[in-house]
Write a protein that binds this ligand. Sequence first.
Ligand SMILES: [Zn+2]
Length: 333
Amino acid sequence: MKIPKAMLETQNRSNPLSRSKLIGRCIVSCIFVFLTHLALSVIPRFFSAFSFLTQLALSALLLLLLLGFGGWCRRTLLRAKASAPAFVFFNILFIWGFYFSVIRPAVPQLHDVVFNCGVVFLFIGLYSIITSDPGIVTNGSASPDQPMESSLSQVDKEMELLASGLGHESTHDSGLLMRVRYCKTCKAYIKGLDHHCPAFGNCIGQNNHPLFLILLFGFISTEASYLVCSSVFAAKSRILDRPSELTLSESLAVSTILFTILQLLWQVVFLIWHIYCLCVNIRTDEWIKWKKYPEFQLVIPPEPGQSFRNIRFWNPYDKGMVQNVKEFLAIQH
Ligand SMILES: [Zn+2]
């Protein structure tokens, strides 16, 4: 089955924010980044008697509290939304600025070059993924001025038609089309939707999935590089030997280490999960919402005496690890 000609690959973003709203959200995100790091610096300063692991757990707790506080402020006090991609951007900028002003003089040249290259890569990668087309499917006949709802309803009808005829198809094209999923946040159909990533403010789909994995790996390696650099600084300045006399910048050095370790931990788990999903040929959205997609449901007939049917998960796309990875790489071309 071929993709209908009317369905063209074009950018179909939901209404973009006005310039003033965008600037407002960036300012809120920037302030939130500063407050987060200042709050985290309290832990090594006032809880220095605790072990490093306890300080790590306290930092995780404080981050969760700040996240909850940020959400509460947004709903009640300020009614001003922060932008998650701007938060990620300012966070990298904060760590980079702190590195230049405090950590860098103590770091050997090779480590310095590796870390700075990592940060530059992150900025380029962040820009690329935020502006990338994940594989949006729109009705080509719809004019740009046409209301979103009417354009969507047409795509809806085509999707229903496709879904009804796809059950019996097994060609490459049909496999591709079956995995067109709807993203509620973007209000768009995405080819090979993996998930909507709030941190990058974009869907991760067929077109930008490899970029997402490379960027995730970039974050992990740059954070690991920061940990190496800040450990060199900590060893040279002996801040861990005199925890009760830390200045603000030294407390920030320890708190950014704690923050980076926490980031690193969840990102490594996230990357491993993504690689596993890729190896068994399932998208993370499909994994979480498999009960929503009929092709993942294996109906077990009721046994004698049973009145209900059992529904089990099975993955019709899994063709073995090597074939799955080959297919994933081939789809990008
Ligand atoms: Zn989305």
